[in-house]
Design a protein around this ligand. Sequence first.
Ligand code: GDP
Ligand code: MG
Ligand code: ZN
Length: 353
Amino acid sequence: MKNQHDELNELGWSDWFEQRAECGSTDTLARVAAVDRDQLLLVDQTGHFRAKLAGSYLYRHHLSHELPCVGDWVCVEKQPCDDFGVIHSLLERRTSLRRKSAGNVIDYQMIAANLDYVVIVQSCHFDFNLRRLERYLVMVMDGGAEPYILLTKTDLVEPAALAMQLAEIQSCGITAPIVPLSNVTRDGLDDFSRLLLPGKTYCFVGSSGVGKTTLINQLIGSERLETAAVSGTGEGRHTTVRRELIRLDGGALVVDNPGMREFGILGAESGIVSSYFDITALGSRCRYRDCSHTGESGCAVLAAVNAGEISREYFENFLKLREESEFNEMSYAEKRKKDRDFGRYLKSAKKDL
Ligand SMILES: Nc1nc2c(ncn2[C@@H]2O[C@H](COP(=O)(O)OP(=O)(O)O)[C@@H](O)[C@H]2O)c(=O)[nH]1
Ligand SMILES: [Mg+2]
Ligand SMILES: [Zn+2]
């Protein structure tokens, strides 16, 4: 079949979608570049524009995965004089990245759709964790995209330490391509850039602070996305608040991600304890059994940090990961809140009809 939407190829369109595209006669095709509360940022051959979901669509779809997410293709009606396009339908997804919703067997939360590659990013400095890597890999394969593994911050470790991590990954049968790189020295950046093909979509996932946004900024060649400086006081937090599909000059499409708490792959078994075993072990010597190591008297961990026996950066990484993990435990409550917000949104959308 001839591809009738050649002009969309550079946004990731392909024959696979062509064979499944069925839009109403007044609709055109567009791709979701970002999702804000009640509106979406779409992109087509004419550029970016805002859109909302049609009321009829909202009536028919109640599960969160039925709503468009970043990377989705939609049928949208757009009059030149309108502020917003109206989305009537969602095209079938070729691949997806998603997580199960807590306590719900039929629904799942979409992270992004129609990805060709998911780039799993770990820093070889403190963040490296094989079990977490494996969980990401399972999630990627489950959604049908191809995984790449990126080890960042190679400037902060000895070559021997990096070689050991690479050997560890290979020894457990992981065959996904692995690229080590440093955003500081730019070593490995060209190797990675070569993997980015025009018209293909790449989604970056991994703990916050590993350098995803910095890398994407280097690829864009500007400071378009905001990176968080991990400050000495531990105030620095990731600032990638919005997931957005961005087209690089070379033609590849990339999606940054705010943090891994949304992936639901943290929790006790995912490796915080094993990668920070020295902190966990020291914790047994704190005065209080439930010491949070954030200021209690008699805290053995803080004492070790202050004495320089544990590096401050290492300790802050631990706190940050733990915070994300705790956040994840709360995801059910958070989900309830989201549901309420969505209910309110439904109500107001119906009122507008
Ligand atoms: N030493 C070193 N620091 C890096 C590297 N990549 C990023 N950083 C720093 O790590 C911090 C977090 O980076 P960011 O890109 O915001 O991480 P993200 O949360 O994964 O998006 C920032 O202070 C960056 O400057 C790297 O390769 N080496
Ligand atoms: Mg970021
Ligand atoms: Zn303590």
